[in-house]
Design a binder for this molecule. Structure first.
Ligand code: NAD
Length: 349
């Protein structure tokens, strides 16, 4: 039986993978993240399975291969944390789960927007104390406002439809616009200038790092609401903090944070030396931070387990790998570059 070293295990991962596995793999669950220090745990395993905040650099890639791991199954969609060049050089196949529930993420973006705008977090805390005052809880109608969607892939398009359901005008920006989406594409400048709400749904790439920075914030509509369920690195947190203080940004709903890997997914309430910017962000009344939980629905967890195990099945029987990704096919989230053999239904390697 093939062995899988499963890193960064939480109780919900184990439940969904045990349910889907049905005894076909020997899954060794480890709580630790996949790091260089954790490599001995992968000794003799055929596959490793990791999640969004693992730091899979060249040392980790080479260490996995040295210990017999042939395939790295990322149980997530984003892949900015993997050194794909190192994986390619070392012959380590990398597969991922490109979509498990875009609805889960888009709906969480909507939840952040509604909570922020209607101050639900404050209202719930007040009523628990028998404080039924409404002072300070005034929101605004979403109907008639403009939502700007940056990145119109699977999640961005669903979020656009949710916004349309509220009666909002939707503007879109994408480096690769999709004419079939029926969306109104504009330049990033126009989107910034006209949007009351901006929601980020593009991947973190060198060219998208700090899409929201001091310069772009200066071009944005004053008091807009920022929602980020994509990747923390899309936003320059220091610039955001300054913009929240001076009113450039009216509110921020953040499911991701650029230095989240040290903090998110764990109870770190006992740590006294906390990240200064994150401490300031979580303490602001017009900011909501969730711990990269947008994916966390029963449906998404079942799909993650099914697709991850199906990716491994395909790898081990030598079938084409629909969800493989390599440094040659990166850029737009798939095998889009002409020199990647996966375009012809094969494998990247
Ligand atoms: P997708 O690949 O379907 O869509 C991404 C879109 O971004 C595409 O339309 C692409 O053309 C566009 N894009 C690429 N480069 C761009 C650029 N330079 N500027 C603007 N747009 C650009 O991906 P998706 O499934 O919609 O996921 C979007 C992002 O959501 C992922 O990259 C991931 O980081 C994030 N995500 C977060 C969670 C969570 O739990 N918070 C879960 C899943 C995915």
């Amino acid at each position: 039986m093939k062995k899988i070293a499963f890193f960064d295990t939480k109780s919900y991962d184990r439940e969904s993978f045990d349910r889907e596995n049905n005894g076909r793999y020997d899954i060794r669950y480890f709580e630790t993240r996949l790091t260089a220090a954790a490599l001995p745990l992968a000794e003799g395993c055929d596959a490793a399975c990791a999640f969004v905040n693992a730091e899979i650099d060249r040392a980790v890639v080479e260490g996995l291969v040295k210990r017999g791991v042939k395939v790295l199954a990322m149980r997530c969609a984003g892949y900015n944390n993997v050194d794909f060049k190192a994986a390619y050089d070392s012959g380590l196949t990398v597969v991922r789960v490109p979509a498990y529930s875009p609805y889960a993420v888009a709906e969480h973006a909507a939840a952040l927007l509604l909570t922020l705008n209607r101050h639900i977090h404050k209202a719930a805390a007040r009523t628990r104390d028998f404080n039924f005052s409404l002072v300070g809880l005034t929101g605004f109608d979403l109907h008639g406002k403009t939502a700007g969607i940056v990145g119109t892939g699977k999640i961005g398009r669903i979020f656009a439809n949710i916004c349309k359901g509220f009666g909002m005008r939707v503007l879109a920006y994408d480096a690769f616009p999709n004419p079939a989406s029926g969306l109104e594409y504009v330049s990033l400048e126009t989107l910034l200038a006209e949007s009351d709400i901006i929601s980020l749904h593009c991947p973190l790439l060198p060219e998208t790092k700090h899409t929201i920075n001091a310069e772009t914030l200066a071009k944005a509509k004053r008091g807009f609401t920022l929602i980020n369920t994509s990747r923390g690195g899309l936003v320059d947190s220091e610039a955001l903090l300054a913009a929240l203080r001076d009113g450039t940004v009216g509110g921020a709903g953040l499911d991701v944070y650029e230095e989240e890997s040290e903090w998110f997914y764990e109870d770190r309430s006992d740590v006294t030396r906390q990240n200064k910017t994150l401490s300031l962000l979580v303490s602001m009344p017009n900011v909501i931070v969730t711990s990269h939980q947008a994916f966390l629905t029963h449906e998404a967890l079942a799909n993650i387990a099914q697709t991850t195990l199906a990716n491994l099945d395909a790898y081990f029987v030598g079938a084409p790998l629909e969800n493989e990704i390599c440094y040659r096919c990166l850029g737009t989230g798939g095998a889009n570059k002409s020199d990647c053999p996966r375009r012809n239904g094969g494998r990247c390697h």
